[in-house]
Design a protein around this ligand. Structure first.
Ligand code: GLC
Length: 643
């Protein structure tokens, strides 16, 4: 396996790959121009001269290449430094570590306030207490962690043992420390493309598996190294995307130096090499979600309190919360900006990105230190949370009743009072949906734009809406009812369909651009992805439907091991190993392991999902209060919960 480097008689020095005309290592794409006046493909951002680059993490090298604004060892929290100022945190319980206290209006988002939210000023003050990080982490072990981290005393099955072995074999080291896992690790695969890299999204289930096993080091290293990659000034064809952008993936490369020596370098891909040049919007959101989970599961809150880490969170949020031309509180993205990283007609406001965005906002609100510098940001987070959850709950939700409502929509309504706000033409309701939608249950549609509802069921977005409470409690319950009612379509012979149904014929030609990898019922176009098992398990545990998770796990267990842990399965029911599926796909292995461990450790699982947040509900005085519908979904949701 190429990404694990063994150095028998020398210690490698470590640095980040910095292609420039002076280095041996040019970017792989010919699009990168060597003219230094225009496009230097990658440069480290060096706005803070008082920094120590990689030395701060690894303590090994003085390489100037590692310089970055973010690592200043003198500013870090350090567990051994008992004299530091106590850090202000909210009470350490999932819904109380909440920094939504008073915030002021931002000058330039008046529209936002007028349309969706009243100011964010009704938020209840926090119950805060001053606890120093030392008090919370005694001897490196958090008190609560010890409650769930005990071994469950259950003998691991042969399949689990094998899965752990494979997961450990997939670990990538950098300068002797574990920093991630490769996407796939099939020894017989001679053309791994970029599957020998550490993908940010793919590492998440691996990280959860390790954290739940009590092994936090690899996750901590991953978070810090990717943080450092974020601080790069990236330039793609003379254009620089925002500084907060996280890479889609990175690779540890071994590079020959003079005198027969080698050194290891980190080489990230921000989309400039990826097939289709897709922007990895989800990477930063996953990074924030993982950072919170790391704190919850290890008790090491010191990591998220570090100045560089706080800055990393803010940079990601600045990118996501910056003003644009958009009229919706949902994030506007290009096609292929998430797990579905190819053209699949999900550009615009895809549900997956919205649910990850919502979770990342909730995580950030828990983790951001409240001070003068962050108070506007925290206020913007609160406002966005309210607007986003209102928008999704109200406009993305469909069930039998809602589809019937859309079926009878009048169109071309011009007024703020319109029922059919997005001018949806009823003919858009696809025929399959009329027959498919069950009496009980419902789901959040894949995308919403002017005159366009994408009625496909996207599994990850729906599951993560449950996990993060983006949906109302009733909606969350209804999604799982739908999965149960449509079991053969969504689970079939291998959990779980990435989306349902596949686009076929002329629609396939137009939507995918005749993509031979995304043919009907294959890969992203209706394929079945075992990695989604862990998200399904978490959602089921939250909603007290472990029966469903257990049933899905049993199905996966029958085949995954025997089939060599494929990346995805094809056909309507998931009968065949995917046409071009990699074998020994790490997130299939890790997804399975994480599901197993979550089921064994419900206390730990409970740290990883969110319940309804009443502050977010309170914060929304919604626009619908004057409309025909009288009740806004917010109040509706609340009354549903309270009765
Ligand atoms: C495929 C998937 C993407 C994943 C990558 C590496 O491109 O669509 O979600 O991150 O493979 O496994």
């Amino acid at each position: 396996m190429t990404a694990i480097f063994k150095f028998t008689n020398m210690k490698p020095c470590c640095r980040i790959l910095l292609p420039s005309k002076n280095t041996l290592f040019l970017p792989r794409s010919s699009n990168f121009l060597p003219n230094p006046n225009y496009c230097s493909a990658f440069q480290l951002h060096t706005s803070a001269p008082s920094s120590f680059g990689l030395k701060a993490i690894l303590g090994r090298t003085n390489s100037a290449w590692g310089q970055s604004r973010i690592f200043s060892s003198s500013r870090h929290f350090n567990f051994s430094n008992r004299s530091r100022t106590p850090f202000l945190v909210a009470r350490d319980a999932p819904d109380l570590r909440n920094f939504s206290a008073s915030v002021e209006s931002r000058a330039n988002d008046k529209n936002f306030d007028r349309i969706y939210v009243q100011g964010g000023i009704n938020v209840k003050p926090l119950q805060e207490e001053k606890i120093s990080a030392d008090e919370r982490v005694e001897g490196g072990v958090n008190v609560r962690k010890s409650e769930w981290s005990r071994e469950v005393g259950k003998e691991e099955s042969e399949m689990e043992k094998e899965a752990w072995k494979l997961l450990r074999n997939a670990v990538v080291t950098y300068c002797g420390s574990p920093v991630g896992t490769v996407a796939a690790n099939d020894p017989n695969d001679k053309t791994p493309l970029n599957y020998d890299q550490v993908f940010i999204r793919d590492f998440v289930p691996s990280a959860f598996a390790f954290l739940l096993k009590g092994e936090g080091e690899i996750v901590r290293n991953f978070l810090l190294h990717t943080l450092q990659l974020q601080s790069w000034k990236k330039t793609v064809d003379c254009y620089s995307p925002g500084q907060g952008l996280m890479p889609a993936s990175f690779k540890v490369r071994s590079v020959a130096l003079d005198d027969n020596k080698f050194e290891e370098v980190l080489d990230p891909d921000f989309g400039e090499s990826a097939i289709g040049r897709v922007a990895p919007v989800d990477s930063g959101l996953w990074w924030i979600i993982l950072l919170r989970a790391y704190g919850k599961l290890t008790g090491d809150y010191g990591l998220q309190e570090r100045v560089d880490v706080q800055t990393g969170i803010k940079l990601i949020l600045n990118l996501c919360l910056s003003d644009g031309f958009d009229m919706f509180p949902t994030l506007l993205v290009t096609d292929g900006s998430c797990m579905i990283d190819r053209r699949m007609g999900i550009h615009g406001h895809p549900l997956e990105i919205q649910s990850l965005f919502y979770s990342a906002l909730r995580c950030s609100r828990e983790m951001l230190a409240l001070d003068e510098g962050s108070k506007n940001l925290v206020r913007a987070i609160n406002n966005r949370l309210s607007a986003l959850s209102f928008h999704i709950r109200e406009y993305y939700w469909v069930d039998l009743k809602k589809i019937n409502e859309i079926y009878r929509y009048k169109t071309e309504e011009y007024s703020t009072e319109a029922t059919n706000k997005f001018n949806i033409y009823p003919d858009q309701i696809p025929h399959w949906l009329m027959d498919w939608i069950p009496e009980t249950g419902g789901y959040l549609i894949g995308n919403l734009q002017p005159a366009h509802m994408d009625f496909r069921f996207f599994t990850l977005g729906n599951l993560w809406s449950i996990v993060s409470s983006l949906g109302t409690p009733r909606q969350n319950e209804a999604v799982l009812n739908l999965v149960e009612a449509k079991w053969d379509d969504l689970i079939g012979q291998m959990p779980l369909k990435i989306c349902y149904p596949a686009v076929e014929s002329e629609e396939w030609r137009i939507i995918t651009g005749s993509d031979p990898k995304n043919t009907p019922w294959s890969y992203h176009n209706g394929g079945s992805w075992p990695t989604l098992l862990w998200q399904f398990t978490l959602a089921c545990m939250k909603m007290h439907r472990t029966d469903l998770a257990k049933k899905a796990l049993d199905i996966a267990e029958k085949r995954l091991f025997l089939d060599g842990w494929p990346e995805y399965y094809d056909t309507r029911s998931g009968k065949f190993i995917g046409k071009q599926a990699r074998l020994y796909q790490t997130w299939s292995i890790a997804g399975y392991l994480t599901s197993k461990v979550l089921m064994e450790k419900p206390d730990a699982a409970a740290l990883l999902f969110w319940e309804e947040d009443y502050d977010i509900l309170e914060n929304c005085i919604c626009a619908l209060s004057n409309s025909n519908r009288k009740k806004c979904s917010r109040r509706l949701a609340k009354s549903q919960i309270l009765v």
